[in-house]
Design a binder for this molecule. Structure first.
Ligand SMILES: [Ca+2]
Ligand SMILES: [Ca+2]
Ligand SMILES: [Ca+2]
Length: 162
């Protein structure tokens, strides 16, 4: 009891406070998620270590890295909510755009912030990296057959990129 033990009531009714000693950690289940750009959405799991009596809300937002607006749908001011007295993990889904560009794998980050709850809730792994694996083949160069009369000073070479 210690600090939670308050004044004894004069009338003999003790006034006892209970100091909660429970804390909870909320975080991404994994600091990195990687999948082909043809797989949609990209799911980030958020876990809570202990149930929170008040429930819990968090803010989630994305930041562009090598992946930008053409590669995924940004999240600004998203909310993650845990219901009261539960630890059911929550999922943040990011919409991935499957383009036809041959390119390097690209990445962005998600950040959790601002846990709001009564009691003590701390952030664990608050940043997660999403890697979008390119699935597009190298372009094929086709050079069209060229013929020209002798003595022609210049010619046009048609190059078709598929
Ligand atoms: Ca892309
Ligand atoms: Ca693609
Ligand atoms: Ca691509």
């Amino acid at each position: 009891m210690g600090a939670g033990y308050n004044n004894l009531g004069i009338a003999g009714v003790p006034n006892i406070g209970i100091t909660d000693n429970d804390t909870a950690t909320v975080q991404f289940a994994s600091a990195s998620v990687s999948q082909l750009e043809s797989v949609n959405p990209m799911a980030f799991s958020v876990t809570l270590s202990n149930p929170v009596a008040s429930g819990l809300t968090l803010t989630v937002a994305s930041t562009n890295g090598t992946a930008g607006a053409s590669d995924f749908t940004a999240i600004t001011g998203g909310m993650v909510t845990f219901a009261a007295n539960t630890t059911t993990s929550q999922t943040v889904n990011v919409t991935i755009n499957n383009d036809a560009l041959d390119e390097d794998d690209e990445a962005f980050t998600l950040a959790l912030s601002n846990p709001v709850a009564t009691g003590t809730v701390t952030l664990g792994t608050a940043i997660a990296t999403g890697t979008i694996q390119d699935d597009d083949a190298l372009p094929v160069l086709n050079v069209a057959n060229v013929s020209q009369p002798e003595g022609n000073a210049s010619n046009v070479l048609n190059v078709i990129v598929n």
